[in-house]
Design a protein around this ligand. Sequence first.
Ligand code: ADP
Ligand code: MG
Length: 253
Amino acid sequence: MTDPVLRTENLRKAFGGLTATDDVSIEVERGTITGMIGPNGAGKSTLFNLVSGFYEPDSGRVFVNETDVTDREPHEVTDAGLVRTFQTPKKLEGMTVREAMLVGPQHQLGESVVPLFTSPSAVRDEERENLERAHELLERFEIDHLARQPATDISGGQLKLVELARAMLAGPDLLLLDEPVAGVNPTLANKLKAIIEELNEDGISFLVIEHDMGFIMDLADPIVVLNQGAVLMEGTPEEVQSDERVIEAYLGG
Ligand code: ADP
Ligand code: MG
């Protein structure tokens, strides 16, 4: 018996003549860290955009916690339990890390955000609780010392941790991470891996796109392989790594 936290039925999306997502039906089983790999242009980010409400599919359906969220707005998908991070982190000019934490996850503003407030006095009452939770998360991820720094002044790796922390503020059942360790040094990558595993033990499910094969094979099970917009195969890390079709897709790509 399956208990999918995310399920897609025959999702399709074309851009002009290019089919970026071609009849994709996948399930992310609750409690798993599911990996998603595939050559550049395979359609991984497009699939994330489709299931998180940023793109409208041409056809097919998306279910989060078995609620049909097809054609819903991103914030409605968040309410259903799915939160995502972006391959290119949001622009955080003019904000401290703490402020960035508070404008981000609840609203899923996309790759650019407008500062909603610039001083603590402008923080509304209902946001005080979020402020506390934001600090707890920053502490948990050991980046609380960065809270008052301009968000543009922190390293790429630290920004990934902030992204994860702000996504957690929305209280997700499923977190979608798009290349969380791209451009991150090995020490921080290990820290991210440990945090993801800890959150998973707390009950959060994950769907993680990652090009770093060592990282994803070590972290995720099962792993879904996309190629040319379609699911090529799904299996354990061992099955994926030894599959001729996967090897060919990467070599032929
Ligand atoms: P991946 O994340 O696997 O590298 P993407 O999902 O980003 O792949 O892209 C899949 C294909 O769809 C690529 O050929 C890309 O150029 C195209 N594509 C993605 N988004 C858009 C868009 N907004 N407009 C036009 N083409 C797009
Ligand atoms: Mg991508």
